[in-house]
Design a binder for this molecule. Structure first.
Ligand SMILES: Nc1ncnc2c1ncn2[C@@H]1O[C@H](COP(=O)(O)OP(=O)(O)OP(=O)(O)O)[C@@H](O)[C@H]1O
Ligand SMILES: [Mg+2]
Length: 620
């Protein structure tokens, strides 16, 4: 407040003017040369001047008092603290803004040194200002800290101006002190949040992200900070607890367990996670957090550990997944709505970072899955490619085999024709020649053109000729059999096979056994011929390669298939011999079976005999 000073009755100028006038008036009154009328007039004029002077002085003084009052009103209505002080720092005026900011009334501080509002560690600022004022320099707005009556430190911005008298001499200093608490807080918050964003962006790991939140918050906005998350089973787990003093972590945990976990308490973590609403705990009074019945609680120095508390939820787009608890302890910090807003901003950024991390991991695992699938598919394709290549190679091999087989069959047929021609020529031709010579001899005898022979000789000759005819018939029969086993037509397959085996036994002296439970059995002519020829080739092989002493054959029907199994007790056959494509016996057997959708399986091992199994589908 501007203190009201008592005004002097007349100003110095007016008093001096009055004295001068009085001297002039006395002079006029007492000087002898003037006559009485003039003297009286001069005296009256002087008195008039005195009256004018006094009146003018009063008017001016009233005006200046009004000016002062107006100025005082302006100064008092200012938001800022406006203080004037003498050159040595003694406070002269102290407006209402100063009373509000520092808590001292004008009466308390006017006349005292302005050092009353300096924090002890900033006393040198006072000396610097004194020196500057002495040099006649003013100071622009400077950010600093001052102390209020209750000891609170206040961020302020101060501008100082010099007060000069009419002669330009510095006679004092006026200072405007602006409360910078809010601006400072906003600046710090912005700076803090920028740092938070940077730290959060540096990790894509969910736990690292949340742990870094606690590290950033302590000691900047809390003395200890705990982050809790909701697990998949709904339970709440503490992920991290950071304390400005690591030795106090256990104590903080204990406090939390005792006073902050009850879900009924609004500022408990579980309640905040449930409601999703941030909570600012009311100021803690010791008795409210130290229930009387809990004797042990009293041993904890609560007032130093739990001054203020706020809990904010961690909200991802889809759900509330945790909460952060900020606690003020040793620093004595109080939390207000601005702090809660900052904490919420922090939690919001953390939740975003965690959600980003989650999305990143999801994308990454999807990528990995995709890579895996692509790799699998590539492998599958490579495999089927390989299979296809093998199949093509097999086909090519089979084609080559077929080509060779066809060539072989052609030459075999050619050979067969040659053999038949030779047989007809050699056997039948020879026999017919002999028969013709016999008949010519008999003809001569009948015509009586040669020396007559006795009838016994002639009968012998006829018998020999008949035997030749018999031989010819037999040979023709054999050739015909070779071309088409007539036995098949006459006896049917079963009997034909049996007959063939007996033939083989007789020819080779290899003991043959035939066994079949098929009594009446009819297969069409083509299939029967195929089975018969396969048996023939099998027996030929036994005779040529097996060195066997015994052959057992078995004929049966099973699942609409005719099955002929021929087993010898010879030296056996190797896998390479079975796969040999340069030979055509086994290949031909298989080809015959394939024509009817059947197959031939050859099994055996060296020293263990050979088994040939033929399977031909029967007519349904
Ligand atoms: N019963 C068997 N015991 C032992 N080895 C056999 C038997 N049958 C076949 N083999 C072996 O299998 C090979 C292939 O037989 P395959 O009938 O295909 O040809 P081949 O008899 O040698 O000649 P061809 O083409 O004139 O029949 C034979 O060379 C022989 O080494
Ligand atoms: Mg053969």
């Amino acid at each position: 407040m501007i203190p009201g000073k008592r005004m002097p009755l007349l100003t110095l100028n007016t008093v001096l003017g009055l004295i001068l006038l009085s001297v002039v008036a006395i002079g006029i009154f007492f000087l002898p040369p003037l006559d009485g009328g003039v003297r009286l007039a001069a005296f009256g004029l002087s008195v008039l001047l005195v009256i004018v002077l006094v009146l003018r002085d009063r008017t001016e003084r009233r005006k200046s008092a009004e000016d002062v009052a107006r100025l005082a009103a302006i100064v008092n209505s200012a938001e800022d603290a406006i203080i004037t002080k003498t050159l040595d720092g003694t406070i002269q005026t102290w407006n209402r803004g100063a009373e509000r900011l520092f808590g001292y009334s004008a009466d308390e501080v006017v006349g005292q040194s302005v050092q009353i509002i300096y924090p002890p560690e900033r006393r040198d600022e006072f000396e610097q200002i004194l020196a500057r004022v002495k040099r006649g320099e003013a100071a622009g707005p400077v950010d600093t800290i001052r102390v209020a009556k209750d000891g609170r430190r206040i961020d302020v911005s101060i501008s100082e101006n010099l007060i000069r008298d009419a002669h330009g001499r510095t006679i004092g200093v006026s200072k405007i002190v602006r409360d910078a608490t809010e601006r400072k807080r906003a600046e710090q918050a912005a700076h803090f949040l920028a740092e938070v964003s940077e730290v959060l962006a540096s990790s894509l790991d969910y736990e690292t992200t949340l742990a870094s939140i606690a590290r950033l918050a302590v000691p900047r906005i809390a003395d200890w900070c705990a982050v809790h998350v909701k697990m998949e089973d709904g339970t709440i787990q503490q992920l991290v607890l950071t304390h400005v003093d690591p030795a106090q972590v256990e104590l903080a945990r204990e406090l939390q367990r005792r006073y902050l976990e009850d879900p009924k308490v609004p500022y408990s973590v579980s309640n905040v996670i449930r409601t999703g609403k941030p909570e600012l705990a009311p100021p803690f009074a010791d008795e409210s957090i130290a229930p009387a019945h809990d004797a042990k609680a009293l041993t904890i120095p609560l007032d130093s550990q739990l001054k203020a508390l706020m809990v904010v939820p961690l909200i991802a787009p889809a759900e509330i997944f945790g909460a952060i608890m900020f606690v003020s302890a040793g620093s004595g910090r109080h939390y207000g709505p601005a702090d809660l807003a900052l904490a919420q901003d922090l939690a919001h950024r953390a939740a975003l970072a965690v959600d980003n991390a989650r999305l990143y991991h999801k994308a990454q695992s999807l990528n990995e899955e995709l890579d895996l699938r692509v790799a699998q598919r590539t492998l599958e394709l490579a495999n089927s490619n390989r299979e296809l290549a093998t199949e093509i190679a097999e086909h090519q091999g089979a084609n080559e085999q077929l080509r060779l087989l066809a060539a072989h069959l052609l030459s075999a047929r050619e050979e067969e024709r040659i053999a038949i021609a030779r047989e007809i020529h050699d056997e039948i031709g020879t026999l017919m020649t002999a028969i013709k010579m016999d008949l010519a001899f008999l003809n001569k005898q009948m015509n009586g053109s040669g020396p007559p022979k006795p009838p016994e000789i002639l009968r012998e000759e006829i018998n020999a000729t008949m035997k030749l005819v018999d031989d010819a018939i037999r040979t023709v029969h054999e050739i015909a059999l070779e071309l088409r086993p007539a036995v098949l037509d006459h006896l049917g397959l079963r009997a034909a096979l049996e007959w063939q085996l007996q033939e083989f036994q007789a020819r080779t002296n290899i003991e043959c056994r035939f066994q079949s439970d098929l009594d009446v059995f009819h297969l069409d002519a083509e299939r029967s011929t195929a089975v018969f020829r396969i048996l023939q080739e099998t027996l030929t092989n036994v005779a040529r390669h097996a060195h066997a002493t015994r052959v057992e054959a078995n004929l049966r029907e099973q699942d609409h298939h005719l099955i002929l199994e021929v087993r010898d007790n010879g030296q056996g056959i190797s896998a390479e011999q079975i796969a040999n494509t340069q030979r055509f016996g086994l290949l031909g057997m298989q080809e015959r079976a394939h024509i009817f959708g059947g197959d031939v399986v050859i099994r055996g091992a060296p020293g263990q005999g050979t088994t040939v199994t033929v399977r031909i589908p029967t007519l349904s």
